[in-house]
Structures are given as C-alpha cells and as structure tokens.
Design a protein around this ligand. Structure first.
Ligand code: PMP
Length: 375
C-alpha cells in the first residue's frame, strides 16, 4: 500500500508555532485569566466605521475590488502620506490584507533565497518566519538594553547579502518610539548603503512622545507599512496598506493578484471612513494605562518606559529564572509572553496593557508579588 500521508514541504517544516499563540490557547483553557499576552486594542470598532461597513455590504460592494484597492481609499492614503512626507510622486499606495499581507508582499517582492533581512532583536515574531517562508534569512541587530535601533548596531550586521533593513516604531514588543534624530540616523544609513528600509508603523496612532516620526520623512529609500488593525480596533477585518516606490508596488500588485486577490471589499470602504476619524481619545486612554502599569511595576522591575504602542518589555529581576517566573504567572492565571518568544534572549517579558484598568491593577499586584516571591 502506498504511503498516503501528505508530504510536508521544507518551507512549512521550517516554521515553528508562535510562542505567543501558545499563551493565547492556554488562556482559553483558564476560567478567569488576566490575559495580557495578545496584542490587540481592547476597544471595539467605532460605531461610524461599523455603519460604513454595513452600508457597503447593503449597497452591494461585495465583489472583488481591483487588486491594489479601491481608488477612494488609495487617494485618501496618498493625501495623508503626501502631507507627512512631502513629494511622494515616485511612490504608490496599495491596500493589503493587514500589515501581515503587506509584509508578505514586501518580502516576496524583494528577497531571493539566500538574501538577508536585518530585523531588530527583540522583534515582532512574524518577521523571522516570513523570511524563512521566502527562503531568506532574518539576521538580528541588537537593540538591548534601551531598545533604541542605532546605525552602529545595524551596520555591524550588514553583509553583501543584506537586502532590507526592517525598523518597527512604535515597537512590538518594546513600545520604543523613534525620535527625530534616531529616524534621521537610520535614513542616512539607508541612503549611504543603498539598502532600503522597511518601516512597520502599525502602532503609529498610539504615540506618547511629541509625535510619531517615520524614517520615510528623511529618505525615500523606504517602504512604509501601516493599517487599521490596531488604530481602528479591527484586527479581524484584515485591513492594511503600504507606500513604496512605484516600480516595486506594481510588482506587488501582481503578487497580490495571484494570491489574496484583494483586501475585503466592504471593509475597504469602512477603513476609508475610519481615516476621517480622530483617535486621540484612545491614545490618551492608553497613555494613562502605560503610566498606571509603569508606575506600578517600576520598583520591582527595570523597565524602559515605552513611548508608543501598547506593550511594555520589563526585565526580569536579576537572578530570576524565566521558567519559574512564567510558572508563577500561570499559577495566578496571569498571561504574559516570555521574552524568548520574540528575542534571541530570554531576559524579559512582554505585557500588553490594552486591558481594563481593573485588570491592569490586579496584574500589577500579582507581578509585584511574584518579584518578591522569586527574589
Ligand atoms: N506588525 C506588527 C509590529 C504587529 O504587532 C502586528 C500585529 N500584531 C502586525 C504587523 C500585523 O498586523 P495586521 O496584519 O493585523 O495588520
């Protein structure tokens, strides 16, 4: 009898399950967990955006759209980017299936097998695996201990195989947000070496510094990715977009055409509505949550105070074993992500403070308790 098991590709075998998902699943089996492990806003999609989606469905906007996205949304994005970056006449925008879709298209369109992409350490887990999927290699550059990406750390990792430098500000998992001098430094490095930047700006609306700074302000050798999952509270709607040089984006159109085809049609109309709204209230709410958690934990844990996103990446107290720390959290039904799931080191943990204040206060008490117990 022939062996009927379906052979699994080396590509699929090369990808390990996300360490973060494991916690998500563990949370589902707990009675009343405090889940600070998954990175999504804790508010629902604003009512006006929901109504725009329902309206679009009722009006029959349910067919395929052009691959690159509806012109109305792309024009709104272009206007927004032109206001921020000045002349973008050499660039195009494109609507993608989440920033994940934009990352996939970027990697597919720019990386050949054997090429290298530089990613920060710690990093958003997907970067590493996407590189593997396209046969390329993700090489990390060190941003410990302050989580600041510097030209020096990146330069040290550049080889003749380096094709892209990825930056993520505000950052997952650290919450670090670039200031203008830092963004200029990265842009100058890109101009000097000719290696393009990929700037993942999905958390741009959650910023607690003076303003969100993109390296694209200082170089056009840059692919900018962003989307609606976090800002508009719609991670399940899969809406993202990108801005990049036209010749590259045109290649991405074909890649999307022959894979995902287009982003969800009615939800493109909803995201267009969302671009008219102001998210300052959410930003202020998250700033207060950041302060609550930071102030609550800073005497027990060393923390780089985040300038954006909704994550914190505290250091475990000296001598505390990461496994024992996690066990202590799980015993209390508190879910956080071990630093090792998003880093080559295992010296920190990520917590997402997109939760109710009541839950955050309980989590702070538990974490202080744990620090005392394990010291
Ligand atoms: N980039 C970063 C840094 C993220 O944290 C996430 C989501 N966790 C994504 C991209 C992907 O987001 P989405 O596909 O929902 O737009």
């Amino acid at each position: 009898m022939a062996d009927k098991s379906i052979r699994i590709s080396q590509r699929a075998l090369g990808i390990k399950a996300s360490g973060i998902r494991k916690f998500f699943e563990l949370g589902l089996s707990m009675k009343n967990p405090i889940d600070l492990s998954i990175g999504q806003a804790h508010f629902d999609v604003p009512e006006e955006i929901k109504q725009a989606a329902i309206g679009a469905i009722n009006e029959g906007r349910n067919r395929y759209t052009v691959t690159q996205g509806i012109p109305e949304l792309r024009d709104a994005l272009k206007a927004r980017y032109a206001q921020r970056f000045g002349d973008i006449s050499g660039c195009e925008t494109m609507v993608t299936c989440g920033v994940s879709g934009g990352l996939m298209l970027t990697f597919l369109a720019t990386l050949d097998p054997g090429d290298e992409i530089l990613i920060p350490d710690p990093y958003f887990v997907m970067y590493r695996h996407l590189a593997t999927m396209v046969g390329a290699k993700a090489v990390t550059y060190d941003i410990y201990p302050e989580f600041k990406p510097t030209a020096a750390a990146i330069r040290a990792k550049i080889t003749d195989k380096t094709r892209l430098i990825l930056v993520n500000s505000p950052s997952n998992p650290t919450g670090y947000a670039l200031n203008e001098a830092e963004a200029r430094e990265l842009a100058a490095l890109s101009d000097e070496t000719g290696i393009p930047l990929v700037s993942d700006e999905i958390y741009e609306d959650f910023i607690y510094t003076e303003r969100h700074v993109s390296p694209r302000e200082f170089t056009d050798n840059c692919i900018v990715l962003s989307g609606a999952s976090k800002s508009m509270g719609m991670p399940g709607w899969r809406m993202g977009w990108l801005l990049a040089p036209r010749d590259l984006v045109e290649r991405m159109y074909s890649l999307q055409q022959f894979s995902y085809v287009c982003a969800p049609a009615p939800l493109q109309w909803a995201a267009l509505k969302g671009l008219e709204l102001d998210f300052a209230a959410h930003r202020e709410e998250y700033r207060a949550k950041r302060d609550l958690v930071y102030e609550g934990l800073k005497d027990s844990y060393r923390i780089v105070k985040p300038g954006g996103a909704f994550y914190m990446f505290p250091y475990l107290p000296d001598g505390v074993d990461p496994e024992r720390f996690l066990e202590a959290c799980i015993k209390r039904e508190l879910l956080v992500v071990p630093g090792g799931a998003c880093s080559d080191r295992n010296t920190n943990f990520r917590l997402c403070y997109a939760a109710t204040d009541e839950k955050l206060k309980r989590a702070v008490d538990m974490l202080n308790d744990i620090a005392g117990e394990l010291r």
